[in-house]
Write a protein that binds this ligand. Structure first.
Ligand code: OGA
Ligand code: NI
Length: 332
């Protein structure tokens, strides 16, 4: 089934009026090889909740190796792929995202980042290539997690937080509830016939975890929402990573950073493959503003654990603002 969304005229002209070379200009760029990028990361998180990272240190070989395996998996017949599904919540999913009726022009594989083999028995669909897939996944995830920790530590420096691993320790924790997602957006040739219509690949949402680390092939489609509600296209760059602030980081900074709303539009010609590491805390972790960031302010949020947040999110639609359920009503 096709999901057609007619954007408002304003939105659509925003997309159209962007000259390709200026599309990127608004997106902050962080060179991770510069050890003092903390203040730039903080600025990007305050203004966009989103930035692009170069010199990220993730070996290209790990990226191309895992991507090749993902492409091979997605090219299997549907009946084969469905043996790794349904995504409940881990496993293979097709068009349907979550359990509450969201659909998009996408298929995906949702995995834990735990190298423990038994938790993803559905990967037996890879047959004799299962071990090769696991090892490519582990290489990639370890390198990307390391990059994520470097970003979070430079971010802590930029916020003048001590110790500098306040955020990164949550990703390094053995109990960290981080997940990994492979998304495949097949080309949708029908789109060309449907003038002035966008088709949703992945509907608008914010990511619930602390930080999301996205790498895609060179196919466009990703868009982020700016503070004024307008959408801008993110030019793809297969050599870089794109970083999203998640809801949990918004809470930990008491709203100083905001999780970025984003979506993916389907492409009529080329398929898009993206790989996303969602860095999350342990399930029992209390998510609350860091006292050193409060400077006498009150917390904007009720206290909750990551488990409670996930449970609530599970019952909501993709586009819902999940955090409103946890906001504190402050009497004026
Ligand atoms: C996601 C997401 C973007 C993409 O999976 O949460 O935003 O490019 N994906 O696949
Ligand atoms: Ni997302």
């Amino acid at each position: 089934m096709l999901v057609l969304s007619k954007p408002t005229i304003e939105q659509y002209s925003d997309i159209r009026n962007c000259i390709p070379s200026t599309l990127c200009s608004g997106i902050p760029l962080i060179d991770l090889s510069k050890p003092d990028s903390g203040h730039l990361i903080v600025k990007a998180c305050e203004e966009f909740g989103f930035f692009k990272v170069i010199n990220h240190g993730v070996p290209m070989e790990f990226i191309t190796n895992l991507e090749a395996k993902a492409v091979r998996f997605f090219s299997l017949p549907l009946s084969e792929k469905e043996k790794a599904g349904p995504a409940a919540p881990l496993g293979y999913g097709n068009k349907s995202i979550g359990l509450n009726g969201d659909i998009g022009w996408v298929e995906y594989l949702l995995l834990t980042t735990n190298p423990d083999a038994s938790s993803q028995s559905f990967l037996s669909v890879f047959g004799e290539n299962q071990e090769k897939f696991r090892s490519a996944l582990n290489d990639y995830v370890s390198a990307v997690r390391k990059m994520g920790c470097e970003i979070l530590e430079q971010m802590a420096d930029g916020l003048k937080l001590q110790p500098r691993n306040v955020f990164s320790k949550l990703l390094m924790d053995k109990q960290s509830d981080s997940v990994f997602r492979l998304n495949h957006y097949p080309p949708c040739p029908e789109l060309q016939a449907l003038n002035d219509t966008n088709m949703i690949g992945f509907g608008e949402h914010t990511d619930p975890q602390i930080i999301s680390l996205l790498r895609s092939n060179n196919t466009s489609g990703l868009q982020i929402s700016l503070r004024d509600g307008s959408w801008i296209s993110v030019p793809p760059d297969q050599n870089s990573f794109f970083i999203n602030v998640g809801d949990s980081l918004q809470v930990m900074t008491n709203g100083r950073f905001q999780s970025v709303r984003h979506r993916v539009l389907a492409n009529s010609m080329k398929s898009r493959v993206s790989m996303i590491y969602f860095g999350g805390p342990p399930l029992s972790e209390k998510i609350a503003p860091l006292p050193s960031l409060m400077k006498g302010e009150r917390s904007l949020y009720k206290e909750f654990t990551w488990f409670e947040y996930k449970k609530t999110a599970f019952n909501l639609r993709l586009a819902d603002n999940r955090l409103v359920n946890f906001e504190r009503i402050i009497a004026s």
